[in-house]
Design a protein around this ligand. Structure first.
Ligand SMILES: Cc1cc2nc3c(=O)[nH]c(=O)nc-3n(C[C@H](O)[C@H](O)[C@H](O)COP(=O)(O)OP(=O)(O)OC[C@H]3O[C@@H](n4cnc5c(N)ncnc54)[C@H](O)[C@@H]3O)c2cc1C
Length: 343
């Protein structure tokens, strides 16, 4: 089989890969995105994006809901965090993926669906549809990244997210911090237009993820939430960042371990790091992607998640204190998020 080639090959048509592809194609580079699924979009995800990190180009009709307030519940607190402006909104990942794929293709990138990368060798990606040669390779292939494995980078710090998409109208966006069940993680209710994502995120160091599902179900039962007809979907969320450039191979999004260890959010970081990878390639001087304030934020979230896993009692106290600081406005929630100015 003859091999095809491109200036940059991106493995993965998630938010990281498509943001990278759009930026490179707009700058006139030949870009090929290889995606194992037929098209971009289907991804186990609650779809919450902090408003401060929202892409200004995102058409408003892509937003499912947006919220000026959030309900936060811990062992000893139950309150609303309110702002005059939206704090967070929800998106449907299928619609976001289709829109981002459209943007990348309109810019001139080629997105090849149904192509699974199997192996990487010098300058070549071997797939089930033939070989592809590259000058630059971007691993945007999520938490189980083949590109990351090819680079020999271990994956030690990852949480697990479990999502149920439940039909019906839900009024409030809710965060339930329940350290006995979820450690430094939380269960959530993120309303969409005609459904809600109800799920859990936890960094399970030392605890089995099978047990997490049971603990989540008992939490849902206590609240009278019927998970009935909906199917659970689970996935890893990597926050094991170990660099974003390795010669002519770059990593972005979950493949680089850039999701938050504390909240499990990674959409904004994926888009931001995908664009940063494109900028580093365009500079042609071997520089690493400029991840701005994403890295210090990532390090804070990682430290909190690891501390809570190592010292459950101290971690519980710390989470209660941080929540109290949010409630009393001693800590601005925006300080915990990536803002648009970083994107
Ligand atoms: C239950 C759950 C809830 C979540 N909720 C939120 C949330 O509310 N807000 C938030 O910001 N984040 C959330 N996340 C995290 C978020 O989904 C990820 O951080 C984000 O999708 C990362 O984007 P990415 O582009 O790096 O990777 P992905 O979105 O995982 O995309 C990777 C792509 O690569 C493709 N791929 C993988 N391997 C190959 C291969 N070998 N060949 C070809 N293609 C390949 C995959 O099919 C996929 O399309 C959640 C995650 C989970 C599991």
């Amino acid at each position: 089989m003859s091999s095809k080639s491109a200036h940059t090959i991106i493995i993965g048509a998630g938010p990281a890969g498509l943001a990278c592809a759009t930026a490179l194609a707009r700058a006139g580079r030949e870009v090929l995105v290889l995606e194992r699924l037929p098209a971009a979009g289907p991804k186990t995800c609650a779809g919450g994006i902090p408003s401060a990190a929202l892409d200004p180009d995102l058409p408003p009709e892509l937003l499912e809901r947006s919220f000026n307030q959030q309900r936060i519940i811990t062992a000893s607190q139950n309150f609303h965090l309110r702002e005059a402006r939206p704090i967070i909104c929800t998106v449907n990942r299928q619609r976001l993926g289709s829109w981002m794929q459209g943007q990348a293709e309109a810019a001139g990138a080629m997105v090849l669906g149904g192509v699974r990368a199997r192996q990487i060798q010098a300058q070549t990606v071997h797939t089930d549809q033939g070989d592809f040669r590259y000058r630059y390779l971007v691993g945007a292939d999520g938490s189980n990244s083949l590109v990351r494995r090819h680079l020999g980078l271990p994956l030690e710090l990852a949480g697990v997210g479990i999502n149920y998409q439940i039909r019906g109208h839900f009024e409030e966006m809710e965060w339930h911090l329940d350290p006995h069940r979820f450690g430094s993680g939380y269960a959530w209710i993120f309303p969409h237009r005609e459904s809600a994502s109800v799920g859990v995120y936890a960094f399970n160091r030392g605890r089995g993820s099978g047990g997490l599902h049971d603990r989540f179900r008992s939490w849902a039962e206590e609240r009278g939430l019927s998970l009935g007809g909906s199917k659970p979907r689970a996935s890893l969320i990597s926050f094991d960042y170990r660099g974003a450039r390795f010669g002519n191979i770059l990593l972005a999004g979950d493949a680089a371990g850039l999701a938050s260890g504390l909240t499990g959010e990674g959409i904004a970081a994926a888009i931001f790091s995908g664009r940063a990878a494109a900028a580093a390639i365009l500079a042609e001087d071997g520089r690493s992607p400029d991840l701005g304030t994403l890295l210090p934020r990532h390090a804070r979230h990682r430290a909190l998640a690891c501390f809570t896993a190592r010292r459950p009692f101290g971690g519980r106290l710390l989470l209660e204190t941080l929540t109290l600081a949010l409630r009393w406005r001693l800590l601005n929630h925006a300080a915990l998020e990536i803002s648009r100015s970083n994107r």
